[in-house]
Design a protein around this ligand. Structure first.
Ligand code: SF4
Ligand code: SF4
Ligand code: FES
Length: 478
C-alpha cells in the first residue's frame, strides 16, 4: 500500500484510491460536488482542488490517485483561493433563492459558501434565467436555474438504474439538464437523484414544501416495503412521518432505495389509524377502554380449549411481536397451531437489484419462529391474528357465524367490522424490534414516535393479556 502524507500526516492507503477518499482516512475533508463514491468520476465541478508537492498547479482530488511518497495539502491559502474562485464561478448564474428552496439546510452550495467564501457577489450582469419548475417524471421536479451541472443525476441513471433518461442540452451558461426526447425520469429508483443532487435543483414531488428540514428529527430503521430490508432513515416531526431516505449498508442496499419503498411511510400518517380497542357487543362494534376490552376478551375466551384456537402471525410484524404473540397463545391459552399471513400482491414489482417480489419485510423471520403458511382449515372456533387478516380463504371461514375473530392491527379496514375484538397496535414506524430479510440478516427497526391513542406494541398487549390471565391461572393451580 502506498504511503502518502496528507496535511502533514503520513498514512498508508490502498493503491488506486483517489485523494478525496485518502483525505478522509487522514481525517481531512475535501469539498466536492460532482464526485460520488458510487459513481464514475466526472471531474467537472473543480471544487475539490488540493495542492500536491512538486506539481505547479492545484489538482482535483477526485480524479487524482494516490502515489508512493505523494505530499498533499487540503488546506492553505493557495487551496482556499482556488476553491473560492471555483465557487464564485459556480454562483455566477445561481439564483440564490435559498429562502424558498427545499434543499436549504442540507445544500452543499450553502455549506461550502459558508465554509469557504462568505463574500458578497461581484456580479453586475443579469443572470441567465431558466425554467424553475420542470416535472422530469412522476416523482422528481427540476429547477433548472439551481442546477450546477455536476452530472451526478445523469450518471446515476446510466450506471445504477441502467436507464438513459437524463442528459444535458445547449452549451456554456445556457446548458440545461433535461430528459431525452420522448422520455421521462421514471426508473424505479428515480428519487435517488434527489438525494445525490448536491443543490436544490432536483426535489421530490412527494416531499417538496412539506417541511423545513431543520424541524425534522430522524430514526434509523428498515424499509418495510419488501423482503430486501433496505436500511433507511425516517424523517419525522410531531408524530408524523415525512420522508424516507436510504442509509448506507453495503451488504443490503449500498446507498440506494427504490421509489416504491419511499412511500411506505404514508400509511403511518393515515386518517384511518385505529386509536381505541373495538369490541363487538350484541352484534355491534363499539370503542372500549383498554383495560375493559382486555377483561372482556378474557371473559369471552373462558372455557375455550387451545385446540379450538388458531394463532395467525404476520410477515408484516417484527420477530419480537410474533414471538410475544406466540408465547402468550401457547403458554397461556394452550394454542397448538400457528400459521402466518403475508401481504400477497398480484404481479408484484421486482428486479435483480433491490426490489423483491415478496412485499413482506419479515417472512424469513416468521417462518424461522415456526409459523406455517396460511391454509384453509375449518377446525377452529377462534381466529386470533396479528394484522387485519387480509383477503384469504381463511378470512371467509373466520367471518362465518359462531366463530370468533380477535385482531391486533393498525388501521380501521373494512374487515374489522366482522371482528369480535380489535386491539390497536403500533405501526412499523412506532415499533421496535427486528426484521429478518431475504438474506436472513436480522436488522433493527427503531421507533420514531409513540403510536396513536390507546395503541400499544404487540409485546405490550401480550403483557396486558398476561396480567389479566395470570391471577386466574394462579387460582387454578393453588
Ligand atoms: S440536477 Fe443536481 S445532480 Fe443533476 S446535474 Fe444538476 S446539480 Fe447535478
Ligand atoms: S427495495 Fe424493498 S426494502 Fe428496499 S426500498 Fe424498495 S421496497 Fe423498501
Ligand atoms: S468533486 Fe472533483 S471535480 Fe467535482
Amino acid at each position: 500500500m502506498p504511503k502518502v502524507t496528507i496535511d502533514g500526516k503520513e498514512i498508508e492507503v490502498p493503491a488506486g484510491m483517489n485523494l478525496i477518499e485518502a483525505a478522509k482516512l487522514a481525517g481531512a475533508s475535501v469539498p466536492h460536488y460532482c464526485y460520488h463514491p458510487k459513481l464514475s468520476i466526472a471531474g467537472n465541478c473543480r471544487i475539490c482542488l488540493v495542492e500536491i508537492e512538486k506539481q505547479p498547479k492545484l489538482q482535483i482530488a477526485c480524479n487524482t490517485k494516490v502515489a508512493e511518497g505523494m505530499v498533499v495539502r487540503t488546506t492553505g491559502p493557495k487551496v482556499e483561493e482556488g476553491r473560492q474562485s471555483v465557487l464564485e464561478f459556480i454562483l455566477v448564474n445561481h439564483p440564490i433563492d435559498c429562502p424558498v428552496c427545499d434543499q436549504a439546510g442540507e445544500c452543499k452550495l450553502q455549506q461550502y459558501y459558508m465554509q469557504l467564501d462568505r463574500k458578497p457577489s461581484r456580479m453586475e450582469e443579469e443572470k441567465v434565467q431558466k425554467d424553475k419548475a420542470v416535472k422530469l417524471g412522476p416523482n422528481v421536479m427540476l429547477d433548472m436555474e439551481r442546477c450546477i451541472l455536476c452530472s451526478r443525476c445523469i450518471r446515476f441513471c446510466q450506471e445504477v438504474a441502467h436507464q438513459d433518461e437524463l442528459c444535458f442540452t445547449q452549451r456554456g451558461d445556457h446548458t440545461e439538464l433535461t430528459t431525452y426526447p420522448g422520455r421521462e425520469l421514471k426508473n424505479p429508483y428515480s428519487v435517488n437523484t434527489v438525494d445525490i443532487c448536491p443543490v436544490g435543483a432536483l426535489t421530490s414531488v412527494d416531499f417538496r414544501f412539506k417541511q423545513r428540514v431543520w424541524f425534522l428529527k430522524t430514526a434509523d430503521t428498515v424499509c418495510p416495503g419488501c423482503s430486501t430490508g433496505c436500511n433507511v432513515r425516517l424523517w419525522h416531526n410531531k408524530g408524523a412521518a415525512y420522508r424516507l431516505t436510504p442509509r448506507e449498508n453495503e451488504a443490503v442496499n449500498q446507498v440506494w432505495m427504490c421509489d416504491e419503498g419511499r412511500l411506505t411511510y404514508k400509511p403511518v400518517n393515515a386518517e384511518n389509524r385505529l386509536r381505541h380497542p373495538v369490541v363487538k357487543r350484541d352484534g355491534r362494534n363499539g370503542k372500549m377502554r383498554r383495560d375493559l376490552a382486555v377483561a372482556e376478551l378474557k371473559r369471552s375466551l373462558e372455557g375455550v380449549s387451545g385446540n379450538a384456537i388458531l394463532g395467525i402471525g404476520s410477515a408484516q410484524f417484527t420477530n419480537e411481536a410474533n414471538q410475544a404473540f406466540l408465547g402468550f397463545l401457547k403458554d397461556i391459552l394452550g394454542v397448538k397451531d400457528f400459521v402466518y399471513h403475508a401481504n400477497e400482491v398480484a404481479n408484484p414489482s421486482h428486479d435483480v437489484f433491490l426490489i423483491s417480489a415478496d412485499k413482506n419485510p419479515n417472512r424469513a423471520g416468521v417462518e424461522a419462529l415456526g409459523f406455517k403458511p396460511l391454509a384453509e382449515d375449518r377446525r377452529y372456533q377462534v381466529f386470533f391474528a396479528l394484522g387485519p387478516l387480509p383477503f384469504s380463504k381463511i378470512q371467509k371461514i373466520a367471518f362465518e357465524k359462531n366463530r370468533k375473530v380477535i385482531l391486533l392491527t393498525t388501521h380501521e379496514v373494512p374487515e374489522i367490522e366482522y371482528a369480535d375484538f380489535v386491539f390497536p397496535t403500533a405501526a412499523w414506524a412506532e415499533d421496535e424490534g427486528t426484521y429478518t430479510n431475504r438474506q436472513n440478516r436480522v436488522q433493527n427497526i427503531a421507533p420514531a414516535f409513540p403510536p396513536p391513542g390507546e395503541s400499544l406494541r404487540v409485546g405490550q398487549w401480550m403483557e396486558e393479556f398476561d396480567k389479566a390471565w395470570r391471577p386466574a391461572l394462579k387460582g387454578m393451580t393453588a
